[in-house]
Design a binder for this molecule. Structure first.
Ligand SMILES: Nc1ncnc2c1ncn2[C@@H]1O[C@H](COP(=O)(O)OP(=O)(O)OP(=O)(O)O)[C@@H](O)[C@H]1O
Length: 815
């Protein structure tokens, strides 16, 4: 059901098809629900469907681009909603189409197309102005710009001081509405996703000084701020809402301060952050310190209802459009400072400017809505931009988050085709989609701005962007209706406890809201600080008990597993050990055998060698026995002859002495001369005989020595012969033993064959009997067992047991 809202300020009648801000508290707390009924008159009770609004903005050519012949008629506007893309020569699309793949011309339709000549004001009025107005009435809104670098995204969102984009215009519009009814306290601050926290005086003081410090970053005097605030709060005149020199159509907005819900005052808070390399950074935190050179990344958390928010994000209370402009400038300054330090371009991150508006009645917050404007990083692909290293990672993260965004959009489109289908949509796979999941899932209204340039050189990328937007255009947002009972956000105190009007706490409702299951099943990054202290203590206690029980269980399981594993491992080790010792024994045996045989071989070879040597020496020095005996006889004769000669010599000597005594006899001189000669001759002969004897004696000694040696050799040969004889004998014995064993085995074989035959016969008989007596059918094994146990089959049993024993003993016998 649609509700008509008459926005008399600009004479426009809007059909409010979108729901209001999503209220996460499904269970209405009675004391809060009563406060919220006032706003229900403008809300749709039923959910409604609406296509995602996709606007195309084409930026004009720059002079350089025209000089570089970039204008090749790539983008043609058919009408206000349709544009065609014509592939220029040299583009990948053209090359593909020439090869028969794809087309040269692509047609796309949009919610509305804004050509190069469109102004910022026209664009704002034609796109998100209505969303801003809905935001003022408590509806959430998301606007994101998508396109390649240099396509005009930042120009569209932020613009320049002289030509502001949709963000300053949106802020200006908001301040025009609420200018005379600004809540000038700072004691109500946005909290979690869509709650409000009541600040105490200390916190308010801190908030004020933080804001002053923030603005001092711009080194502007506080005087201009005060002037600006007084201007904005005191009047709704044309000049009072100027946004840094904006030339804005003030005639339209002059009446916007007059809103129908006059009883409310408004508190406006803004935050500015970026997602770079899948990390969230607060752009309103002081710039990088020189020491650490690192910014603190913020966590994306979820409240108990599953709504994502950036934890510890700084929200700044804004009292004027001028202050909002300052916040934007501070954020941009921090962003470019961080980008410079990290040597990146600011367009390599997604920047998000969020505005939260609280509607306050007296001291009660009646509603809170959020408007987020997201300037996405350039969508060009990393291969085209030739990125490496850190840039490649950066490009990868950008491409990944845009890819996930594309997947989510495609997932939303696919799921809507079939209501039964509920395929997984990867919202949680990137910070960007995680933060905006709520809006995409019907907790607000989303609009997409597609920025393109018309340059021929970036045609392929532009086509990619257009295709992406074509998918987005088909997404139908199902906006959830708001519960009539619980429009107001929860108002929480410093300790996170709900603040109650009548002082009565509906413990059941709170219990259900803070149900343990919900907390336990929640995301790991769920923010527990939202729970009251007592609840937290109870929760901690119960979790501790559960943890203890879990630990005990785990410990027992671990012990059991360890024991089982230990047993299994021990068994395995024992088996391995047995196997190894078997292998070792086998190895030892085989090596011993080898050693023995080698030793035997060498021994044989040595004996053979010694025997051969002895034989050779025998052959060389062999003296026949009769020659040896003849030689001995001759030696004896010679000895005898020597003795005779000695005797003769003695006789001659005595004669010579007698003759010399008769020397005076001159009658016999010739006889004396003859004897002397004979003696000399005999002496010579004696010497020769002695020499011969000595030679013979030497020969005898050498022969005896040789005989001794021959005897020794003979003895060795005899010994070796005996050893060989022994070996032969042992071999003979082994042969005999093996022959006996073979005979024994043959006998066994015959016996077993006979036994087998007997068994077969018994079996046949048993089978026959069992058939005859029609016994109940049982297994063969059972029958055999039965037969074996019966006395009649004793012989058979014995035979089988014997056979088993024999087989076992045979296995045990050595080879
Ligand atoms: N509609 C427009 N009219 C006139 N000039 C424009 C328009 N859109 C963009 N430009 C100009 O084009 C240039 C690039 O625009 P812009 O910086 O907004 O691109 P971008 O898509 O945000 O790039 P990046 O992704 O690198 O931040 C700027 O000089 C800007 O002033």
């Amino acid at each position: 059901m649609a509700t008509t809202i008459d926005l008399t300020h600009d004479g426009t009648v809007l059909v409010a098809m979108e729901s209001t801000a999503y209220d996460p508290h499904h269970i209405a707390l009675p004391e809060l629900s009563g406060l919220s009924s006032i706003t229900s008159q403008n809300e749709s009770v039923d959910g409604c469907e609406q296509q995602l609004r996709v606007f195309l903005r084409v930026r004009p050519f720059s002079k350089e681009e025209l000089n570089n012949n970039e204008d090749q008629g790539c983008v043609v506007f058919e009408n206000a909603e349709t544009a065609t893309l014509h592939a220029p020569k040299g583009s990948a699309t053209m090359k593909c189409s020439e090869k028969g793949i794809g087309q040269q011309v692509h047609k796309f339709t949009f919610t509305k197309i804004f050509g190069p000549e469109s102004t910022q004001a026209e664009f704002f009025d034609g796109t998100i102005r209505s969303q801003v107005q809905d935001f003022l009435y408590g509806k959430n809104a998301l606007v994101f710009s998508y396109g390649v670098t240099n396509a005009g995204k930042t120009h569209t969102i932020q613009g320049s001081p002289k030509d502001p984009g949709i963000l300053p215009r949106a802020l200006d519009t908001v301040f025009r509405h609420i200018s005379r009814r600004l809540y000038d306290q700072m004691d109500l601050r946005p909290y979690l996703n869509s709650d409000v926290q009541k600040l105490d005086p200390d916190q308010i003081r801190m908030e004020r000084s933080a804001k002053t410090a923030l603005f001092s970053m711009l080194k502007e005097d506080s005087e201009s701020s005060r002037t600006s605030r007084s201007r904005s709060s005191s009047s709704s005149s044309i000049n009072s809402l100027s946004f840094s020199g904006v030339s804005y159509d003030q005639t339209v907005d002059s009446a916007e301060g007059v809103v129908d819900d006059v009883q409310y005052v408004y508190s406006l808070w803004v935050a500015y952050y970026e997602i770079y390399n899948e990390q969230v950074y607060d752009l309103l935190q002081p710039a990088l310190s020189n020491r650490t050179k690192r910014r603190a990344a913020l966590r994306v958390c979820e409240d108990s209802a599953g709504n994502s928010y950036v934890r510890d994000l700084r929200w700044v209370n804004i009292q004027s459009a001028e202050e909002a402009s300052k916040v934007l400038r501070v954020g941009n300054k921090n962003r470019s400072a961080a980008a410079t330090k990290m040597n990146q371009s600011s367009s390599r991150s997604h920047s998000i400017f969020s505005i939260k508006l609280m509607r306050i009645d007296g001291s009660d917050v009646q509603g809170i809505s959020e408007l987020s404007l997201c300037d996405l990083a350039g969508s060009e692909r990393c291969n085209k931009t030739k990125t490496f290293g850190e840039r490649l990672k950066e490009a990868g993260n950008i491409n990944n988050s845009l890819l996930i965004l594309g997947k989510c959009i495609a997932g939303l489109r696919n799921n809507q085709g079939d209501r039964v289908k509920n395929n997984y949509i990867p919202f949680r796979e990137s910070k960007l989609t995680r933060l905006f999941q709520g809006v995409f899932c019907g907790r607000g209204r989303a609009s997409m701005i597609v920025n393109i340039n018309q340059c021929a050189s970036t045609y392929d990328e532009t086509l990619h962007v257009m295709k992406f937007s074509a998918v987005a255009k088909e997404v139908v947002q199902v906006i959830k209706p708001r519960s009539l009972e619980s429009l107001a956000p929860r108002l929480l105190g410093r300790d996170g406890k709900p603040l109650l009007n009548n002082g009565v706490l509906d413990s059941q409702a709170v219990d259900e809201y803070l149900s343990e299951e919900e907390l336990l099943d929640g995301d790991e990054e769920a923010d527990m600080s939202i729970l009251p202290q007592e609840e937290l203590l109870n929760l901690v206690e119960s979790l501790r008990a559960k943890l203890l029980a879990e630990r005990k269980k785990n410990l027992l399981q671990e012990i059991q597993i360890r024991r089982e594993m230990g047993d299994a491992m021990m068994q395995q080790i024992m088996e391995m050990e047995e196997c190894h010792s078997r292998q070792m024994a086998d190895l030892k045996e085989s090596y011993e055998e080898k050693m023995d045989s080698t030793f035997e071989m060498y021994k044989e070879a040595l004996k053979e060698h010694a025997y051969q040597c002895a034989l050779e020496r025998l052959e060389e020095e062999y003296v026949p026995l009769d020659e040896f005996t003849a030689e001995q006889d001759r030696a004896k004769e010679l000895e005898k002859h020597v003795k005779e000669l000695e005797l003769k010599q003695q006789g001659s000597a005595s004669v010579f002495q007698q003759e010399s005594s008769t020397q005076t006899d001159p009658v016999k001189p010739s006889t004396e001369e003859t004897d002397s000669e004979r003696f000399k001759l005999l002496y010579k002969e004696k010497c020769a005989v002695e020499q011969v004897c000595a030679e013979k004696q030497e020969l005898i000694v050498s022969l005896e020595k040789r005989i001794h040696e021959l005897n020794e050799t003979l003895q060795e040969a005899g010994e070796s012969y005996m050893e060989k004889l022994e070996v032969v004998k042992s071999l003979q014995n082994r042969l005999n033993y093996q022959e006996q064993e073979t005979e024994h085995l043959q006998r066994e074989l015959t016996e077993r064959a006979l036994e087998l035959h007997g068994l077969k016969e018994d079996l046949a008989k048993l089978t026959h009997d069992s058939v005859g007596q029609s016994r109940p059918k049982r297994g063969l094994l059972v029958n055999i067992k039965e037969t074996m146990s019966s006395p009649s089959s004793g012989n058979l049993c014995r035979t089988i047991r014997k056979s088993v024993r024999t087989t076992a003993s045979l296995r045990k016998k050595p080879n």
